[in-house]
Design a protein around this ligand. Structure first.
Ligand SMILES: Nc1ncnc2c1ncn2[C@@H]1O[C@H](COP(=O)(O)OP(=O)(O)OP(=O)(O)O)[C@@H](O)[C@H]1O
Ligand SMILES: [Mg+2]
Length: 236
């Protein structure tokens, strides 16, 4: 049984239907990437899975439980975390306070949890008393990820982890995601614009277009598909 099974998800905003029956699966410890054009509904799908917006139709099964009707805070308690595309840290709180917020469900942050963050992202230790809003985009992204990992989730949803990063930091971010999966056994479902690089580290991928599934396969399958390359990866 897959860790996440989202089936025929229909959702949108107000009267505007954006998702027309989308399927996404994530197996235990997999890295899965959703790619597709701007406005395809990638972020909307993440929000529907996580319970930030309602599923109008369809089901979301997580770890064998039907979580379709649950709100985001309830989904978090089930062991799924979400890092939004924008505004994913508390800018006026320090690095350490942000990590405490990430751990709120479990109460407090242990020294061991903090040490794990500092080992993974040493720059955050240097900045531990700095307000998050004063840090670079890349550092904020590291903090957002680290905060989400504070509850040791089974599944981490990340919307565009490499957005706004300098090119040399993009590779680094993807390396970190692989490291997180390997070390914590957390499965990762991400949306990415750096589609090639994301697919290279992904077990599987999905192409969403206009609120529908267009292609799916292993990362390699999608990278080697002429059609996917031409339509969604900016040429072969
Ligand atoms: N809060 C909202 N209210 C109304 N419409 C929205 C809202 N958020 C997104 N939309 C619309 O839903 C559609 C899909 O948006 P979504 O953010 O899911 O796309 P995306 O695939 O993540 O795109 P991008 O690559 O630009 O992040 C777009 O037409 C967008 O304008
Ligand atoms: Mg988006």
């Amino acid at each position: 049984m897959a860790l996440l099974e989202a089936r025929d998800v229909v959702s949108g905003y107000g009267d505007a239907q954006i998702l027309h029956g989308v399927d996404i699966d994530v197996e235990q410890e997999e890295i899965v990437t959703i790619i597709g054009p701007n406005g395809a509904g990638k972020s909307t799908m993440m929000k529907a899975v996580y319970g930030l917006i309602d599923c109008w139709e369809g089901t979301v099964i997580f770890d064998g439980d039907d979580i379709t009707p649950l709100r985001a805070d309830e989904v978090t308690e089930q062991g799924m975390c979400y890092v939004p595309q924008r505004e994913n840290v508390f800018p006026t709180l320090t690095v350490e306070e942000n990590l405490e917020m990430g751990a709120y469900i479990e109460g407090s942050v242990s020294d061991a949890d903090l040490q794990e963050v500092w080992d993974r992202f040493p720059i955050l230790e240097e900045r531990r008393t700095q307000k998050a809003g004063t840090m670079s985009g890349g550092q904020q992204q590291m903090l957002a990820l680290s905060s989400a990992l504070m509850i040791d989730p089974d599944l981490l949803l990340v919307d565009e982890p490499s957005a706004g990063l300098a090119p040399d930091l993009v590779d680094d971010m993807f390396d970190r995601l692989v490291q997180i999966r390997d070390e914590t056994e957390t499965a990762i479902l991400m949306v990415e614009q750096n589609a090639r690089q994301a697919l290279e580290i992904s077990d599987r991928g999905y192409v969403l277009d206009m609120g529908e599934n267009r292609f799916e396969g292993t990362g390699v399958d999608l990278l080697e598909s002429d059609e996917v390359a031409e339509l969604y990866l900016g040429g072969a």
